[in-house]
Design a protein around this ligand. Structure first.
Ligand code: BGC
Length: 767
């Protein structure tokens, strides 16, 4: 059915047809952009797309829906496909059998393939080049979970913008980011690609990152199409085991896992990636309720859905499709428009259309979605856009981005503990022993997705400290242990160094390879070899500052838990050492807050603050109370709660005032919190507002974050932070799975984390 074709005037067809090289003699490379006339109006753009669809063969349509990784290089983050080679890639481009490529390095190769597509394929449809640009391209920023610790979405927007500027200069106009999966199980390895356990915080970061990647106008040469992923509930994998079943209720799906996707799409993302996992028996990649029901019918999504890597083919292993042909049909009919890497669409869609199992209208709809996005990216107007710059090697890293990387890295650090003001250290006259597997070297600092060639090595922890101390540097560096195994004589050397020092900086944690895709852990503690090192060093009695490298919330114990100071440093990217030095020596006052709760022990996982009540809640701090929701051997509290973090200036919450004890459905409740800095230096505080509805037609979490504000407070000063709540902020998913707002009594807290704070009450009333 070509309804749209009939509606477009013939003259427009003629004009748009003339603008395509397929009807012209093959264009030379230099003349490409001249031959492809810019579309002058949305109507003309649509007409061009309809004209193309009308002229495409079914094979070419299936080609527009097929995306592949590069045939000529390894992509370490993906399993080897093994089935593709360069000749095949070239032949596919010439025949219009692929829509684009991803993670293919180098400008030269992209330029050659784009020229081939535009000049040599029958219809000259430009390719799109995509990549996993997750936390930077050439300049590597902190991992997204680290950056979420800043509680500054605007910062994430800036780093995403910088990443897009660098990646588009290398020809990539499409990123498979942001990852917006809420992650509540610290065992899951991919939590560090997202913004943590909370739906509200994740929404803010999802939208900010989309804005950053895409910029103000998708057609600008430095705009990158964003792809929120992995749709949906990939982070709810049972047991935290990557790719495993997410067996969650529709309510949890809608309240916790879907909102960040909605926020990303509302911010303008025009592609979305379907997830590997199943939910309730239906793999996401073939889930019509998700991909068509929620996305298209409810949310009116106008972009396209791309599968995750071979996720369509994997429907067979899931036991959902009997064979690959059936897998292609199910994924496509559910709403997965583009197939990544498996080649299933190119192979089976023509036959499925011929047999009537896939209607041509569905095929045209998917192609139309893809072409519209290519159009919006300006690819038709100038397919060589972004491909004509100097080769990557000639482009130097931008000093502004390096400065941004340092800012972002230090804002990602969370200080959990600082007993008797051990930190900041004085630069003069302090003998420091820097001990641990992360003390020196540049491996394991960047984070899981640093794929682009030509990146500078990160600044190591030792380098950062030495640079800060200058000539008077007194840092003794001893590894003491490997990450997972002991080093011969390591502990003895570490103990000797500690004895000889005034203070120990203990750089310990997880390797970069202990989190990320397919990197789930059953034990979220420190590897034993490092725990042994920590115990031995602590036994010297010297004050210890833990510098924790981590891709997840960890269960800290013994000497690590008891250290006088703890800084969570995640994976901070290219400026790691400088950022750590900035905080350690007090050139920067740490202002990060945890985006994930740190449990007391691994046995509490999945652990998150916004859990439901039960009929038998546990009295706080009362282990041993019978017939209550509690473990025998631990309280239900976090070791460090969501939202927690301290700085060098003590902050005090003086009081909270509500404009009224009643919030009418159509009204606004103003919440004013007074917060003071009782210290000697400037403070940055993240003032957090949580609510809980006491009784409703479905049970509500014990607390939900509703708003936060990061504020500067001068030494000795107070500031008033004002929030405005409306009934809309109190909405939840009702029994009918639609948004509901129910009058009733609420608790409200304003405080420095999800635990504690000043509590108030109010009632939501009809009038
Ligand atoms: C990951 C995606 C990624 C894709 C392409 C998959 O294995 O799950 O997040 O975008 O590979 O590299």
């Amino acid at each position: 059915m070509h309804v749209r074709k009939a509606a477009v005037p013939a003259l427009v067809f003629l004009l748009s047809a003339l603008s395509f090289p397929a009807l012209l003699p093959p264009a030379t490379a230099a003349s490409v952009s001249k031959d492809l006339q810019p579309s002058r109006s949305p109507d003309a753009a649509e007409a061009r797309i309809e004209s193309l669809i009308a002229r495409m063969t079914v094979q070419e349509k299936a080609g527009q829906l097929s995306l592949y990784g590069p045939a000529d290089i390894d992509t370490p983050n993906n399993p080897q496909a093994g089935s593709r080679n360069v000749q095949q890639e070239t032949a596919d481009v010439r025949a219009g059998r692929l829509t684009g490529l991803f993670n293919n390095a180098g400008l030269e190769g992209k330029r050659r393939l784009q020229q081939m597509a535009v000049n040599e394929s029958r219809l000259g449809i430009p390719l799109i080049f995509g990549a996993d640009v997750i936390h930077g391209f050439r300049t590597m920023f902190p991992m997204p979970l680290a950056e979420a610790s800043s509680w500054e979405p605007a910062l994430a927007e800036r780093t995403a913008r910088a990443a897009a500027i660098e990646a588009t200069a290398d020809g990539f106009r499409w990123t498979f980011a942001p990852m917006v999966d809420v992650a509540r199980d610290a065992r899951w390895g991919r939590g560090l690609e997202g913004a943590g356990e909370d739906a509200y915080l994740s929404r803010q970061f999802a939208a900010a990152r989309v804005r950053g990647f895409q910029g103000p106008d998708l057609s600008r040469p430095d705009a990158m199409l964003a792809t929120p992923k992995h749709f949906a509930a990939y982070g709810a994998a049972e047991g935290g085991l990557d790719y495993s079943v997410s067996d969650i209720s529709e309510r949890t799906l809608r309240e916790v896992y879907l909102p960040p996707f909605r926020a990303a799409l509302d911010a303008g993302a025009l592609s979305i990636m379907s997830a590997f996992n199943e939910i309730g028996g239906v793999p996401s990649t073939a889930n019509p309720a998700l991909l068509t029901g929620v996305l298209r019918d409810e949310w009116k999504f106008k972009g396209f859905v791309v599968s995750d890597y071979t996720a369509d083919e994997e429907l067979v292993e899931h036991g959902y499709a009997a064979n690959p042909r059936e897998a292609a049909r199910q994924a496509f009919m559910a709403g997965t428009d583009v197939s990544m890497q498996s080649g299933l669409y190119a192979r089976y869609l023509p036959d499925l259309v011929a047999s009537g199992e896939v209607p041509m209208a569905r095929l045209d709809d998917a192609v139309r979605r893809v072409l519209r996005v290519k159009q919006k990216l300006g690819l038709f107007d100038d397919p060589m856009r972004g491909l004509d710059g100097p080769p990557a090697a000639q482009r130097t890293e931008n000093p502004e981005f390096i400065a941004l990387a340092r800012e972002s890295a230090r804002r990602s650090i969370v200080m959990l503990k600082n007993e008797r003001a051990l930190l900041p250290l004085s630069k003069a006259g302090t003998k420091i022993a820097l001990i641990g597997p992360f003390a020196e070297g540049t491996v394991d600092l960047m984070g899981a997705w640093s794929l682009s060639p030509g990146q500078s090595a990160p600044v190591g922890v030792d380098q950062g400290l030495r640079a800060a101390l200058g000539a008077d540097s007194s840092v003794n560096v001893v590894r003491g242990s490997g990450i997972e195994s002991a080093l011969p004589g390591g502990i003895d050397a570490a103990v000797a160094a500690a004895r000889d020092a005034d203070v120990v900086l203990l750089a310990i944690g997880e390797s970069q390879k202990m989190s990320g895709e397919a990197r789930s852990r059953t034990d979220i503690g420190l590897p034993q070899a490092q725990q042994d090192l920590a115990e031995a060093v602590a036994a010297t009695g010297k004050p210890v500052v833990v510098l924790l490298s981590n891709g997840r919330a960890m269960a800290l114990k013994g000497a690590v838990r008891d250290a006088r100071a703890i800084l969570v440093t995640w994976f901070l990217g290219v400026q790691t050492g400088n950022a750590i030095a900035d905080v350690v020596f007090g050139d920067f006052n740490p202002s990060g807050r945890l985006p994930v709760s740190f449990p007391q022990t691994a046995g509490q996982v999945p652990y998150y603050y916004g859990h439901k009540r039960t009929g038998r809640p546990s009295p706080e701090n009362a282990p041993g109370t019978a017939f209550r929701t509690r473990y025998l051997d631990a309280t239900n509290e976090a070791l460090y709660p969501f939202g927690f973090g301290i700085g060098y200036a003590p902050v005090h919450y003086d009081g909270v005032e509500l404009s009224s004890e009643r919030l009418p459905l159509s009204g606004t409740l103003r919440v004013r919190a007074t917060v003071s800095n009782t210290g000697q230096r400037e403070a940055e505080e993240v003032v957090q507002l949580y609510i809980a509805q006491r009784a409703a037609s479905v049970t509500r979490p014990v607390r939900e974050l509703k708003e936060f504000r990061k504020v500067d407070i001068a030494p000795g000063a107070s500031t008033v932070v004002e929030f405005a709540l409306t009934a809309n902020d109190l909405a939840f998913v009702g029994r009918d799975m639609k948004p509901a707002v129910e009058p009733g009594d609420f608790d409200l807290w304003v405080g420095p984390s999800a635990a504690g704070g000043i509590r108030k009450q109010f009632a939501l009333t009809r009038e």
